[in-house]
Ligand binder design. Sequence first.
Ligand SMILES: C[S@@+](CC[C@H](N)C(=O)[O-])C[C@H]1O[C@@H](n2cnc3c(N)ncnc32)[C@H](O)[C@@H]1O
Length: 225
Amino acid sequence: MERLEKILSLSDPVDTMADIGTDHGFVPYTFLKEKKANFAIATDISAPSLEKAKALCSSWGSEKIQCRLGDGLAPLKPGECQAIVIAGMGGNLIYTILQEGMEIAKSCKYLILQPMQAVDFLRENLEDLGFYIEKEDMAYERGKYYHIFKVFYNPGLCKENQDPYRAFLKDKSPIKKAWIDYEIKRLENLSSFIKKAQDPSRQEEKLEEVEKKLLKLREWLDEFC
Ligand SMILES: C[S@@+](CC[C@H](N)C(=O)[O-])C[C@H]1O[C@@H](n2cnc3c(N)ncnc32)[C@H](O)[C@@H]1O
């Protein structure tokens, strides 16, 4: 599972980690297995999901893992964990969870965020909340690309470095280049689809947005070559 491996590889060892929206519990299970944490808190808003995590993680015992039901960061107490993972949810939901749980999120050494959609929204708004994007990596699994952010709370650093794409462009890895190629093709197809539409003038705003993104991606591609 490349996505999980990348989440792990971005994570420094901590005493206690929390996985928000744990579902099957793979994330905390693997943190404990790989000795990235001594103790894990697995949370989910859904009781049936949390039951899956309880079943998978039962072999670790209560001295290693606790499963808690609840919304976002509400099941956590400030200072209780040093790392938080929020993976496999939409970027808007991740943003809301952080906004509503600022006190908890601020107190962590780092957070790993892996949005499924609204990636640009999350990236462009994280630093407004004061979460500095230290690293951005990508994973490719079952025909899909995933962006993974490592962030920590430091509003001063966010103000000094106001480019949310800085971390993406910093490490020019082959997977990022492959994603840029893929995204250019996808947007080129979308652009020609819009141009062929019955009333293209109604789609002007959308076309402008697609062309703007394409311009930026083509510039990046030159940098990655
Ligand atoms: C697709 S699963 C992701 C599982 C795992 N984190 C991963 O990346 O493989 C999304 C999980 O988030 C949970 N979830 C959705 N909204 C939530 C919220 N506000 N607070 C906590 N968990 C939530 C869902 O119940 C579901 O189990």
